[in-house]
Design a protein around this ligand. Sequence first.
Ligand SMILES: [Zn+2]
Length: 211
Amino acid sequence: MAYFDFHHHDSKNFSGIYNLVLYETPPIGFFSAGIHPNLSAKTTENQFHWLQEIANNKYCVAIGECGLDGLINIDDGLQEEVFEKQIHLANELKKPLIVHCVRRFSQVIHFQKKAKVPMVVHGFNKRKTIGNELQKHDFYLSFGKSVLQNVNLQEFVKDFPTEKLFLETDDTPFDLHTLYQKVADLKKIKVEKLTLQIEENLKVFNIPLLK
Ligand SMILES: [Zn+2]
């Protein structure tokens, strides 16, 4: 059984959404394309041009990862400018946004007002108060490996609506089955039911499943 990996960086992984590297030729399968906040200091017209082109590809199912990062040494204003441009692109193409956020949650919530498409905060592993705030604002959350160890996060995932949830490996490949099983156990449902619900969530995103 293939478990959908909502956000990953492994071009050989065909189940899920591969996060394309800037200027890379897309591999087989679905991918997302965006400009990471890390690159916002050096973002050029060329990069946006590349993004606009590639984002039109039918296998490009989301814009991102993009967002705001409070731990990198790049001016917030610059990061916000690059993020906002990508929100507009996502609106135009009606493709959801995969959001990278570090210590800038209230700003990301503010920017959500500009988005006409769903926003998924990927790799969510923060405090329950932040999670609740995102939930209140209708964000989707994608959870990764932290759920396997972080007891507070487990508590949060247990009550977080399954209709708003995705699971991912991000940049450290591991057996995704263990994460699906863990989340199913926390929610006291069968892993098959969880898998089906995630398939439903993907339909909302217009993401067809690769068979
Ligand atoms: Zn990532």
